[in-house]
Ligand binder design. Structure first.
Ligand SMILES: CC(C)(COP(=O)(O)OP(=O)(O)OC[C@H]1O[C@@H](n2cnc3c(N)ncnc32)[C@H](O)[C@@H]1OP(=O)(O)O)[C@@H](O)C(=O)NCCC(=O)NCCS
Length: 187
């Protein structure tokens, strides 16, 4: 598995744990038209529902929610890891509409997979993607995930893309510093 380069002219991508203060931003991103269309639960999200959901996720030990930012703190998107019982983490991501298509997505997925690899016992990272979500399929492929497997997810046709963390190089991508909860390293 090779390196995943950052967009041209960009030196770093950071991952920081999301907090209550990110509610509004996460709400706007969650209701982005493409995000809803590419989600397995496509309906718009009401504010009260979002607040309940976010509070639960922030307290859930089986979930880690991150904001992706540039070095100067400009928010680029969000990434979520959900840890299951099968030594697996499920990764989901969205990049803000104005930052898509520049390479952030693939780099962020790789960084998220590395972060999952730092959790004890996690052996594989999965992503569930709608078959029509070409940008996502390409982003996960560029991040080193295996070719998609067809299955059903949330009662719908889906593709699962996976990255085994025991593959050589899977736990550390060259050119990206190690992230960790609450730290401010470039990542
Ligand atoms: C999926 C998503 C995270 C990708 O992030 P991104 O920053 O746009 O992706 P990148 O710029 O890293 O592009 C990755 C690849 O997808 C391709 N791509 C980007 N936008 C595309 C589009 N609309 N259609 C087809 N391919 C596209 C890029 O050319 C690149 O391919 P390459 O590596 O072969 O050159 C982003 O589009 C997004 O937030 N979508 C809405 C939410 C979503 O679908 N999340 C995924 C569900 S887990």
């Amino acid at each position: 598995m090779g390196d995943v380069s950052l967009p041209e002219g960009k030196a770093s991508l950071r991952l920081r744990r999301a907090a209550e203060g990110d509610r509004q931003l996460l709400f706007a991103w969650a209701n982005d038209e493409t995000v809803r269309r590419m989600s397995f639960s496509g309906a718009p999200i009401a504010w009260a529902e979002h607040v309940r959901w976010l509070d639960a996720k922030l307290q859930d030990p089986a979930c880690k929610l991150y904001l992706l930012t540039e070095a100067d703190g400009i928010p680029l998107g969000q990434l979520r890891l959900e840890f299951g019982t099968q030594r697996e983490a499920i990764l989901s991501i969205s990049i803000a509409a104005e930052h898509r298509g520049r390479g952030w997505g693939a780099a962020a997925i790789r960084l998220g997979a590395e972060e999952a690899g730092r959790m004890p016992g996690v052996a594989v990272v999965h992503a569930y993607v709608k078959p029509e979500n070409a940008a996502s399929i390409r982003a996960f492929a560029r991040a080193g995930f295996d070719p998609p497997v067809r299955l059903r997810h949330s009662g719908q046709a889906a593709l699962r893309m996976s990255l085994g963390l025991d593959a050589p190089g899977a736990r550390s991508a060259p050119g990206m510093a190690a992230p960790g909860p609450g730290r401010e390293a470039s990542r």
